[in-house]
Design a protein around this ligand. Structure first.
Ligand SMILES: Nc1ncnc2c1ncn2[C@@H]1O[C@H](COP(=O)(O)OP(=O)(O)OP(=O)(O)O)[C@@H](O)[C@H]1O
Ligand SMILES: [Mg+2]
Length: 291
């Protein structure tokens, strides 16, 4: 972990807000949000975010600050709202009929849900990698080159070749595929397909990469490869990842948020979360007594 305390920078949550959250946290079900590492720059600010699928409330007044160029892990039992929360960050919930949202999702100081926000531009800035690798039914090359071409990031063939090689290298896949770039993406192994999806995500140079259980369909070696990759990619990108694997969260994440029944119960730096959780619910979950 690469964290330091710099009290001179403004904490994203004021001392007043923080002490209110901490003191009332357990009774009111509000999150314990500590920010002892305020030297990190803010990427995403969530305030009182609630979401309903029809009549059913899935997220309840979430408050969280996500820091740039860190890995933030979202943990919590099945159905607690982790994937729903991720989808709020790139407005993918807009695609689901009957969804209603309240509260603020702010990225780099801009309201993601503002009417003037361009959704295509937003999804370029916020890439996503899913649980099951889902390459397009196209060649390895096209899987990576397609989106940059759509966004007019490249035009000439030479530029495309360069960008595809760069993204595949960044994703740690280049050496395995450089001689078969025109074979279908789906011809690769599961672990390779997931790295292809990561290459596809980073090819448009997003700010944020969302990963929803990116390794749960992979063998331990591919999982370790992706974990190493996350550690490398966070130098350039803000990564938010969902995992049911506590060891993985402890290994890869700088910050960890524990979700439970649509609320963030605790948000902390990962070391504190796993060595000295501040809420009983998080402790029970982490130690396997719950969920
Ligand atoms: N498209 C949808 N329509 C209606 N309800 C939904 C939809 N997607 C999720 N939900 C509900 O919202 C709640 C949160 O679901 P979500 O998928 O966000 O949980 P999760 O924490 O990602 O769970 P898991 O760990 O199993 O992936 C659940 O009660 C779920 O049934
Ligand atoms: Mg999920």
């Amino acid at each position: 972990m690469n964290m330091h305390v710099d009290e001179r920078r403004p904490a994203p949550m004021s001392g007043h807000e923080r002490s209110r959250h901490e003191s009332s946290s357990q009774e009111a079900g509000q999150p314990v949000t500590r920010n002892p590492h305020a030297g990190h720059e803010l990427s995403i600010r969530i305030r009182d975010l609630s979401l309903w699928y029809g009549e059913s409330q899935a997220l309840n007044k979430l408050n969280i600050d996500i820091f740039q160029k860190n890995v933030t892990a979202l943990i919590g039992p099945s159905g607690c709202g982790k994937s729903t929360f991720l989808r709020c960050l790139n407005r993918m919930n807009d695609l689901i009929p009957g969804v209603r949202l309240e509260g603020l999702v702010e990225m780099d100081g801009r309201d993601v849900n503002a009417a003037k926000m361009d959704e295509v531009a937003l999804r370029k800035r916020v890439g996503m990698v899913f649980q099951k690798p889902n390459p397009f039914p196209k060649s390895i090359f096209e899987n990576v080159a397609y989106a940059p071409r759509m966004h007019d990031l490249v035009s000439r063939k030479a530029e495309q070749d360069e960008l595809v090689e760069h993204a595949l290298r960044e994703a740690g896949l280049w050496n395995e595929v450089k001689d078969k770039l025109h074979q279908p993406g789906t011809s690769l192994s599961g672990g390779q397909q997931q790295r292809l999806c990561i290459a596809r995500a980073i090819a448009v140079q997003p700010d944020v990469i969302l990963m929803d259980e990116p390794t749960s369909a992979l063998d331990p070696i591919s999982t370790a490869t992706i974990e190493d990759l996350m550690d490398k990619l966070k130098k350039q990108f803000t990564i938010i990842t969902v995992t049911h694997n506590m060891q993985q969260a402890a290994r890869v994440a700088d910050y960890t948020a524990f979700f439970h029944l649509g609320e963030i119960i605790e948000y902390n730096d990962t070391r504190t979360m796993f060595s000295n959780p501040h809420t009983k619910k998080a402790e029970d979950y982490i130690t396997g007594r719950y969920g």
